[in-house]
Design a protein around this ligand. Sequence first.
Ligand code: SF4
Length: 107
Amino acid sequence: MLAEMGDHTFRLGHVARDSYESLLLSETLLDHLSDSMPEGAPMCGDCPFLPYCGADPIFHRATQGDGVGHKAFSDFCKKQMGVLRHLLGLLEDDARAREVLMGWVEP
Ligand code: SF4
C-alpha cells in the first residue's frame, strides 16, 4: 500500500534484475530489520509488555514517517497495550478464561 502511494522505502530491489543474495543483503532490508526489533526502540526498551509485543515498521512509516515511530503517539502501541492489559486481566481475574488461554499455550 505504501508503494501504491508512491513511498518505496521498503523496496529491496527487482526480482527479475537483482540476485537473491543482493536482495537479502541489501542495506534497505538490514535497516528495516533493525526497525523491527523493539528492544532498542525508545519506550519499548523500558516497557513491561515488550516480551509479548512486536513491531510494525510499515504502519509507523505510513503514520509517522519512520519505521520505529514515537510510541507515545502510536496507535500500534496503544492497541498492543490495550490487548495485552486485557489478556493479563483475564489471566489474573477470570479462572475460566485463564483455563481457555492456558489451554492454547500448554501442550
Ligand atoms: S506496548 Fe508499546 S511501548 Fe510497549 S513494547 Fe509494545 S510498542 Fe513498545
